[in-house]
Structure formats: structure tokens, C-alpha cells
Ligand binder design. Structure first.
Ligand code: GLN
Length: 533
């Protein structure tokens, strides 16, 4: 008998930034707790095929999946909550969809018909969603429609989801906002009423309404929403401000959301187990200790650009029962001599120099790395941060005074960091980097080996430059240890300093594969060492 598969569709009303992705991921985690295989899919209306060319300033971090897909940072949320590895197929953007349909049309795939949004495009969406469910043997396919109801961009996705409801058992979940008017302290439900009417005009009646709010819904507000939006009171769920996003599954579950969803979907409930999760959340809420980690970066104005690093520190903190405060460091100020590196890094128990592109602020980062090396402060360099650690070491220890990365100075006299050979010919911007999961060979007897406990690990990459093989010998002779590299090649991927308690640079992005229930070992050790300082 074929598996009975169910679908949950999460849509957002009124405005962006309500945490729809986090709410959807929390729903997924609850149902996972019931022993169900939950497979998420996200729709994004924009016409980019993927997020590779998007500026993190505008759009937040570009998240990289194991298969090399560059996607929206919401995919990070799903992986962190559901502890799963997503693939390209879990992300459907407008660009990807239109490209598929147009290519198919060119091949004569629509048999002479005029190709229309309805039914052709919507049919492709439904087919895609069902196929992902089938291939991954999902119990539940959890679909998040990006954007807000009423946008032109996601209209065809909503129409497809309406049609899906005719074919399959679907639970529709609407995330909305209930503001409180300051003067009278009254919760206002009218925006939600209008939003639900708008959704209904598209043929979708929500079964659940999740209310973002500053304070819990009062009985009267709940009654009104129930009455005017046609949703039973118990299916109106509070989504209050939280101390940590990882609390949300518990908060929803206390309101009975899991059981209600199962009942709507006519699914039997199995075991419910969130014990380990709950313990970690407790550690985040009431930590025993506290440390401060300095993070340098040029996107410090937009903290969303470093979401995965922030979360990886939360995960590693939970494992060490310690709160990790973050001090953001604008390195351009060090560069322009408006601030002294000593002052800027004061109070930091550890320093992270994260990934980045281009020259702005790079010299300031090199200064911070030198400081961390000198003062014995735990240092973790991620991708660009690792490359700059090589530049710093080359200049200040190996006597290569003109060492630089050719990304920063094209004509560097001593190009210790240079383009990967396969990157030198490429001009097309999309998908030109070394991207996605790759194996890393870890050298025995090193700190890296102590941390990983194995000789082969898989990590995620997103870079164009590498340690120039011509300088490896000189750098090693100067005391820099390369403790990880690409198998059967001389692409260096981990560096460390044996006489420092934690000075580690990695060419990859360990932050991308850290999850609450599987904190990344590098981050765990980094936090642990910073704690001991
Ligand atoms: N800009 C560097 C490169 O392309 C580092 C990239 C990164 O930090 N993700 O290699």
C-alpha cells in the first residue's frame, strides 16, 4: 500500500519579518518528535535562480547546502531545527521554476499548448512538491510560501497550494501579527481579519492561525479572531517574543499544536520525544557561565549576514552550558586608525574572523588576527578569515613582507593566497565558486584531529581563492601547520598553530553544518577554550 502522505502549507500575512520560517521549522520539529519524517520545501518568488549572486547586505546570509546549492538563510533554520541535510530540490524559486518551464516549452514539452501560469506552471509546482515527498519518503511535506499573501510574486505558488488541497490532505497555517496599541493596551485583530479575508479570496481557508504578538492573546482577541476568521479558538496559536528561537517548538506544543495538526491531517500520533532538545534549550535559557566572542566583519551593520555563525555559537554554548555574547567589530575603523586594536578587542575571550569578500576592512582583520596570535587569544578563522591568517603569518613571521591575497591586491608581489586554478578562466557570476560539501583529510596528531576524532570529514565550502601551493613549504617551515587538506591534492583546508591554545583557520564553513542537536566540534572546542581563558 502506498504511504499516506500529508502536506502542511505555511503562509505569511501582513508583513515580512514575522519569523514565518522559524514557526514553520518549529512545526516540523514538533512533528519529527512524533516520529514522523518531515521534509521541508520553501518557495521564493524572486526571479533569481538561486541566492549565489545576492548581496548579504540586502538579503541576509547566503546559505550553502551540501550539494552546493546557494539558498536563502531560512534553509539554515530548517537544517538547524530538523537536523537534516537539504538539497537543491527543497528550494523552489521563481527563477528556477520559470527556467524549467521555459526550457520544457522550448523542447516542445507542452505539445503545442499556449503555456499559462494556470494550469501549466501551477501543475509543475504540484508535481515538484509531490515528487520531493515521494523521493524522500516523507510522512509530511512542510511547505513554506515565501513572501506575504497579496504579493504579486508568490501568487502562483498560493494558487498551486490551493489546488493541492483538492488532491491531498493539507493543513493550511497562516502566520499573522496582532499588534497592541500602546495607549489603550488593546490587542488589535482587524489586520488579521482582513488578511484572512484576503487569503480566503484566493480560495484558501486557514486551519490554524499563528499570531506573532508582544503579549499573549487575551480571551477577547482570541474570540474575535476565531469568529471572524472562521478558525476554532484552540487552533489560534500564540507566538510570543522568546529568549531563544529554540524555545518555540515547546511553546507551540504546550498549546497542543502537534496533536491538533495530526488530527487535522488524520494521522495517528506516535511517541513524543523532545527530551534532548529540551535539555539544550534549558542550557541556553539558564547558562552557568558567560563569555564574549569578538566577530569582525564588514557586514556588521546587518547581523543577518552572520546568522549561521551566531547560531553555531548558541549550539556550542548550549553544549558548554555557557552563554556566548557577541561583540561586533568594525575593522575599517582599525584600518583607518580611528580605533586601536587593543581597545576594540578588549573583553573578548575569543575572536572569530568570518568569511568575506573583497578588500574593505581586510587590513583591520589582519591586525585582529595578529593580536589574537600574539596575545594567545583563541582564534577561529572561517574561509576568508583563514586566508587572512595565512597573510598575517606570512608577513609577520615568515618575513614575506609583501604577502597578500590577490583578491585584495591583484598585483601582490607575494601572492600567498591566489585563485584556485579552476577559477581563473571563469567570468560567469552564478555558480563559479568551489561550492558545497567536500571531503577533508585530517592529519593525525594535530588539534584538528583531536577535535574531529577522525581522518576524513565532510565540510561545506564557498570560495574562489586558496593557499597558493608555491608558498606552503615556506609557511610550514615558519611554523604554520596545515592539519587538513583536500584528499589527494594540495588544497590546504585547515591550519593551526601548535604553540597556541586555539589558533585554527578553516577554508570551509563549519557554521553551516552546526545544529542545536549536533553542535559543530570546532565551535564546541573553540567555546570551551575561550571559556578557560
Ligand atoms: N573571498 C574568499 C574566496 O573567495 C573567501 C570566501 C568566503 O569567505 N566565503 O576565496
Amino acid at each position: 500500500m502506498p504511504k499516506e502522505r500529508r502536506f502542511i502549507v505555511v503562509v505569511g500575512s501582513l508583513m515580512s519579518g514575522l519569523g514565518k520560517g522559524i514557526a514553520a521549522a518549529s512545526i516540523g520539529r514538533i512533528l519529527q518528535g512524533y516520529g514522523l519524517n518531515v521534509v521541508p520545501i520553501k518557495f521564493d518568488g524572486y526571479l533569481n535562480v538561486d541566492c549565489g549572486t545576492m548581496n548579504p547586505f540586502r538579503h541576509g546570509e547566503v546559505f550553502v547546502l551540501d550539494d552546493g546549492t546557494e539558498c536563502d538563510m531560512d534553509f539554515g533554520t530548517y537544517e538547524r531545527f530538523l537536523n537534516c541535510d537539504l538539497k537543491n530540490k527543497n528550494s523552489i524559486t521563481g527563477g528556477k521554476l520559470f527556467r524549467y518551464v521555459i526550457d520544457k516549452e522550448r523542447r516542445g514539452g507542452y505539445l503545442g499548448y499556449d503555456v499559462q501560469i494556470v494550469p501549466h506552471l501551477t501543475k509543475e509546482i504540484i508535481k515538484w512538491v509531490k515528487k520531493v515527498g515521494e523521493d524522500d519518503d516523507a510522512d509530511i511535506v512542510l511547505i513554506e510560501v515565501g513572501g506575504t499573501v497579496g504579493d504579486l510574486e508568490n501568487g502562483y505558488f498560493l494558487e498551486a497550494m490551493r489546488q493541492l488541497g483538492l488532491q491531498e490532505r493539507v493543513a493550511y497555517v497562516q502566520v499573522t501579527y496582532v499588534p497592541t496599541m500602546n495607549v489603550v493596551g488593546e490587542q488589535k485583530t482587524k489586520p488579521t481579519q482582513h488578511a484572512t479575508r484576503l487569503l480566503a479570496s484566493l480560495g484558501i481557508q486557514p486551519h490554524f492561525i499563528i499570531c506573532r504578538e508582544n503579549e499573549k492573546l487575551k480571551a477577547e482577541a482570541r474570540k474575535k479572531i476565531s469568529m471572524f476568521c472562521n478558525v476554532p479558538e484552540e487552533a489560534i496559536i500564540d507566538d510570543p517574543d522568546v529568549q531563544t528561537i529554540y524555545e518555540l517548538p515547546e511553546i507551540f506544543e504546550k498549546q497542543g499544536l502537534g496533536k491538533l495538526l495530526l488530527s487535522r491531517l488524520k494521522m495517528k500520533s506516535r511517541k513524543q520525544d523532545m527530551k534532548e532538545w529540551g535539555k539544550l534549550v534549558d542550557n541556553i535559557r539558564t547558562p552557568k557561565e558567560e563569555i564574549t566572542i569578538g566577530i569582525t566583519g564588514k557586514y556588521t551593520a546587518l547581523k543577518d549576514s552572520y546568522v549561521s555563525i551566531k547560531e553555531a555559537l548558541v549550539h556550542a554554548g548550549a553544549r558548554n552550558d555557557c552563554k556566548v555574547n557577541i561583540k561586533w567589530i568594525e575593522t575599517t575603523e582599525i584600518e583607518e586608525k580611528k580605533a586601536k586594536v587593543d581597545d576594540v578587542l578588549k573583553g573578548c575571550d575569543g575572536i572569530i574572523v568570518p568569511g568575506g569578500f573583497g578588500e574593505r576592512g581586510a587590513e583591520g582583520k589582519v591586525e585582529c588576527i595578529r593580536h589574537a596570535r600574539y596575545k594567545g587569544i583563541p582564534f577561529l578563522g572561517l574561509c576568508f578569515g583563514m586566508q587572512l591568517a595565512v597573510v598575517e603569518y606570512a608577513r609577520n613571521v615568515c618575513g614575506l613582507k609583501d604577502a597578500n591575497s590577490t583578491e585584495i591586491d591583484e598585483n601582490a608581489k607575494q601572492p600567498v593566497i591566489d585563485l584556485l586554478p579552476e577559477q581563473k578562466m571563469i567570468t560567469d557570476k552564478g555558480a563559479t565558486m568551489r561550492l558545497g560539501g567536500q571531503d577533508v583529510e585530517v592529519k593525525k596528531g594535530t588539534l584538528a584531529y583531536e577535535i574531529y576524532g577522525k581522518e576524513s570529514v565532510r565540510e561545506r565550502f564557498r570560495h574562489r581563492y586558496e593557499v597558493n601551493p608555491e608558498y606552503i613549504e615556506q609557511l610550514e617551515a615558519g611554523g604554520l601547520m596545515f592539519s587538513g587538506k583536500a584528499p589527494k591534492s594540495n588544497i590546504m583546508q585547515i591550519l593551526e598553530l601548535p604553540n597556541h591554545k586555539f589558533f585554527v583557520g578553516v577554508q570551509f564553513h563549519p557554521e553551516l553544518s552546526s545544529r542545536l542537536e549536533r553542535a559543530h566540534p570546532l565551535f564546541i572546542k573553540f567555546v570551551e577554550t575561550s571559556l578557560k581563558k
